[in-house]
Ligand binder design. Structure first.
Ligand code: CUA
Length: 356
């Protein structure tokens, strides 16, 4: 009975692992399918280390098994005394030098890449007109969402990172409440976002996003530092565009300057939003950092709150009880609306778009 139970447990564990690991193969979220130079180099380091590690395990296991079977008492006889090798210079040199060589093979490329990825000198380079040559994004992690500010372009987004392909994009990383960690599995990372002190690094995006859907080149980013009850729900969207399309997107974002919601509006959703939500959520992408996520491009999202369906129904549910969906978020208890009002707000939010 016990044996059968153990086998069954092992079987279910394997099943769970298979299902779990098969998700690792998705383009939009897999470190094993890198979409950019940094991710590729990180995967190569991972492979190099894993190959050496497996080789060592296999060689040691083979030697162990050979010794195990070759020197059985039943084979060698009761009184056999094997050759004594204690203090053998040759053996000691071999098992000291081989690990040193293996560690060097791992260390040299790892250190080389680590320093390369941390080289952000180009962040401060300017052209003859004094404009920065490289794109920099200021990333701020909050409970439990992400703010992306493009300081040179004067725009800000929440939950959606839009970047150009084929060039280095530099990141300034910081957090406002507790420590989080910025990670785009398919592209590279991760790096901590701390409350005190800015961390910097760069990434390269090698694959263009065809449309807004997963599997069409839209990537997902994650928080990789346990930060509270909704840590696992702190996802964000990453959209990579070719330079001209990216420039168009920036111009459309800049064109939302001055957008606001009016409490006088005949649109119930807009009027209610103006009274209950506008204090924390801006609807113009040309705004400073907000208390809550910037909603200027809410209609362009493909997930709500990082992980929910992007529909009017789900948005209404979210507004009515955010604590239920994302425990510990900082929106809970800051407003009071009826279900009809919440639905009207959701419908209004869906109209905030620059891409459709
Ligand atoms: Cu933020 Cu985990």
């Amino acid at each position: 009975m016990m044996k059968g139970l153990k086998k069954w447990r092992l079987f279910s564990l394997l099943t769970v692992m298979t299902v779990f690991l098969s998700a690792c193969g998705e383009d939009y979220i897999s470190t094993l399918r890198p979409a950019g130079a940094v991710g590729k180099e990180q995967l190569n380091l991972l492979l190099l280390t894993s190959i050496i590690m497996f080789a060592v395990v296999i060689v040691v296991s083979v030697i162990y098994l050979v010794a195990f079977f070759k020197f059985r008492r039943s084979k060698t006889g009761e009184n056999h005394m094997p050759k004594q090798v204690e203090g053998s210079h040759t053996l000691e040199v071999i098992w000291t030098v081989i690990p040193i060589i293996l560690l060097l093979i791992i260390t040299v490329p790892t250190l080389n890449s680590t320093f390369k990825f941390g080289d952000v000198a180009a962040m401060d380079e300017v052209d003859e007109n004094g404009n920065k040559t490289a794109l920099t994004v200021n990333v701020t992690a909050k409970l439990y969402w992400w703010e992306f500010e493009y300081p040179e372009q004067g725009i800000i987004t929440a939950q959606e990172l839009v970047v150009p392909t084929g060039e280095k994009v530099y990141f300034n990383l910081i957090a406002t409440d507790v420590k989080h960690s910025f990670w785009i599995p398919a592209v590279g990372g991760k790096m901590d976002t701390n409350v005190d002190g800015i961390n910097k690094f760069y990434l390269e995006f090698g694959k263009e996003s065809k449309d807004l859907n997963e599997g069409e080149g839209v990537f997902y980013g994650k928080c990789a530092e346990l930060c509270g009850p909704s840590h696992a729900l702190m996802d964000f969207k990453v959209k990579a565009l070719e330079r001209p399309a990216f420039d168009t997107w920036v111009a459309s974002m800049q064109a939302t300057e001055g957008n606001t919601a009016s409490s006088e509006s005949a649109n119930v959703g807009e009027a209610t939003f103006a009274n209950s939500c506008l204090g924390c959520h801006a609807v113009s992408a040309v705004a400073g950092p907000g208390m809550g996520p910037n909603l200027a491009t809410f209609g362009d999202r493909n997930r709500l709150a990082g992980f929910m369906d992007h529909t009017v129904e789900a948005t209404t549910d979210w507004i009515m009880d955010p604590e239920f969906y994302k425990p510990g978020n900082t929106m809970t208890g800051k407003y009071n609306v009826t279900e009809e009002e919440a639905k009207a707000i959701s419908e209004y939010l869906m109209t905030l778009t620059i891409e459709k």
